[in-house]
Ligand binder design. Structure first.
Ligand code: GCB
Length: 622
């Protein structure tokens, strides 16, 4: 099982920094300070959301703690009487003196705190959460707390025992709680701190709202002592009748059997575990139908290892690059897409539910998309399951956004850990075809080394998908040049440009030609313009729907002149909150480049793009 120190070591190996420096940097991070003996690094459960769980969703008592008084005492040491120690004090107990969870307001989990309580709208900092639950541990079992996401740093205690620390706001993790459980009544306390950090991933500056909280589902998962923690099942690129992959069983002995079956196809295979706890899978289920946007076929696959068994819904397809083509199941495909933030439609806030996912991805389907860029961080499992079902190919992104500290080994370790969690959690979703390493990073040697190391790592743990990143482009008055050295490390080049919005006028867009230094497929991963829904005027009047539609019309003329263009994901499906967008009466705290407003009103540009996608007049008609 990979632990945090191993991650640091491999990061160090990639970058050539000294082990001492990296280990020291990580040890100093507040999230790992003074860990108690029960506190282990979290693990990643592949498809963990598919396992039956005792839900801990619902109301949690909560206390905002901007001075972090609940964890650190007046000399800034971790307090022995911290707020995690005693959620149910009896009269006469020495603590708590300063807090009482039972009398404190509640926050709903999953959900960000900013949009639940008006006073918390701009709150950034530590927030305490507490919940009671009953549990009776069965012999021969282990129990894991599965957290869908906690933005950004989090620490969890069960019955006062610290069980794990985690860094990263958009990925799922699981912490073993078995040694901390008591029969009957138990309580869990968490502190989630969404303070932005210069050495964070992402860093302090983003063009999206830093929603804090236990933003995704939380539950307890019970497994036998030896259990399937990670697995990968995919179609073999060279033989599209063969399902390949592996199953890893934690705490199992080499030689033990693993079984994989697809009841619908009456197909079954078994394999034995090697010394590394992995069994290699390869079988030919007769009659296998492939997953594609036109026919998003999913199968219920059952995995069994000793006393453990789980089911997952998996589709089988291949994705690869040949020259400048992207091939899905061996045939060239053009990615007609749209970029999407995990912003909840209508109510705003962080999206987390199937209802949110169905609305957002339903709009993408209505637009005529076969593809979505889920920006700028891994989205939740409801989005991925919905994309699997609707037949939408997905670009999934690590939050290496703009200028993180590329020369800092601890930042690399953090970025790689988030990438690891993203890939290992979601690796069986057929919808995901692209792992994006980063967005719009500045060109310099440290950056190129950092992201190349991430790309190598992603390929080493998942060689079945394509690696991309959204690059910045440069150029002259009528030429755009793509020659970022990072392109060498990518399978597919993503490029962002805002001609007609941040530079020049809409009429200038189609005068541009593109010089691309790589003989690889290109996706125009962003372009767009701001418009306030309902604001009308001429095609050159900024912020009007007409201006935005005009930019889209001209962009499509230009895009059709790029021979190696294989996809596009304009910015962005829906208006989303961003604290840097403050223009009164127009932005009011929202980035207005959505084709749809946050209240669901479609703007004129929506219909421009829809027509181009439906009539296949933009890109190759594949
Ligand atoms: C970009 C960023 C995206 C921003 C967008 C904008 O290039 O990748 O995160 O929101 O531009 O609206 O400026």
């Amino acid at each position: 099982m990979r632990n945090l120190m191993k991650l640091v070591a491999s990061a160090v190996a990639c970058l050539g920094f000294t082990t001492l420096f990296a280990a020291t940097a990580l040890a100093q991070s507040p999230a790992t300070e003074q860990a108690s003996p029960t506190n282990k690094a979290p693990i990643v459960l592949t498809g963990g959301d598919e396992r039956p769980a005792m839900s801990l969703n619902g109301d949690w008592h909560s206390i905002p703690d901007p001075y972090f008084g609940g964890l650190y005492d007046f000399h800034k040491h971790e307090s022995k009487r911290g707020w995690f120690m005693n959620a149910k004090a009896k009269p006469g107990d020495p603590f708590p003196l300063d807090y009482d969870f039972a009398q404190s307001p509640t926050l709903h989990v999953p959900g960000d705190w900013n949009t639940q309580i008006a006073e918390l709208f701009f709150y950034e900092g530590p927030m305490w959460y507490q919940k009671d639950f009953d549990y009776n541990l069965k012999p021969g079992t282990k129990v894991f707390l599965r957290v869908g996401a906690a933005n950004y740093k989090s620490i969890f205690w069960v019955n006062g025992k610290r069980i794990c620390d985690h860094t990263g706001g958009f990925t799922a993790f699981a912490c073993e709680v078995t040694p901390a459980l008591v029969p009957g009544h138990n309580f869990i306390v968490a502190v989630v701190d969404d303070t932005r950090h210069e050495d964070g991933v992402p860093t302090t500056k983003t063009d999206w709202f830093n929603y804090g909280g236990l933003t995704r589902e939380v539950g307890l998962i019970e497994v036998p002592d030896a259990f399937i923690d990670q697995f990968d099942l995919h179609l073999n690129r060279a033989d599209r009748s063969e399902v390949d992959g592996w199953v890893h069983v934690a705490n199992a002995k080499p030689g033990e059997a693993v079984e994989v079956s697809i009841a619908e196809l009456n197909a079954k295979t078994s394999a034995t575990l090697g010394a590394d706890g992995r069994a290699a899978i390869a079988f030919h289920p007769a009659g296998l139908k492939l997953w594609s946007p036109e026919s998003p076929k999913l199968y219920r696959v059952r995995l069994t290892a000793g006393a453990d068994s789980l089911q997952d819904e998996i589709g089988f397809r291949t994705i690869e690059v040949r020259g400048t083509e992207i091939l899905l199941n061996g045939s060239p495909v053009f990615l007609r897409g749209i970029s999407i933030h995990a912003e909840a439609p209508y109510r705003t806030g962080r999206a987390y539910s199937y209802k949110d996912a169905e609305t957002l991805l339903g709009w993408a389907k209505e637009l005529g998309c076969n593809y979505v860029r889920l920006a700028h961080y891994p989205h939740d499992e409801t989005m991925l399951h919905t994309a699997d079902r609707l037949g939408l190919m997905v670009w999934s992104e690590n939050p290496v956004y703009w200028a993180v500290q590329f020369d800092n080994p601890a930042v690399y370790a953090n970025a790689q850990n988030q990438l690891d969690e993203e890939i290992n959690t979601s690796r069986n979703h057929p919808s995901i075809i692209l792992w994006s390493m980063a967005n719009e990073t500045p060109i310099n040697d440290d950056r190129t080394k950092f992201i190349t190391a991430l790309a190598d790592h992603a390929r080493s743990i998942d060689p079945t998908r394509l690696i991309t990143a959204a690059l910045l482009v440069h150029g002259t008055d009528d030429t755009k040049i793509v020659d970022d050295p990072l392109g060498a490390a990518l399978d597919v080049i993503g490029t962002n440009e805002y001609i007609g919005w941040y530079e020049r006028h809409p009429e200038d867009i189609d005068k541009f030609t593109w010089k691309i230094a790589y003989d690889k497929p290109v996706i125009m991963s962003e372009f767009g313009a701001g418009a306030k829904a309902g604001l009308h005027g001429g095609p050159d009047d900024r912020w009007t729907e007409e201006y935005q539609a005009n930019v889209y019309q001209h962009q499509m003329v230009m895009l059709n002149k790029i021979p190696q263009l294989r996809g596009m994901s304009p910015w962005v499906l829906m208006d989303f909150r961003s604290p840097v967008r403050v223009l009164p009466g127009i932005q009011d705290g929202f980035n207005r480049k959505g084709l749809i407003s946050d209240q669901g009103q479609k703007k004129e540009a929506f219909y421009v793009l829809q027509k181009a996608y439906v009539d296949k007049t933009v890109g190759k008609a594949q």
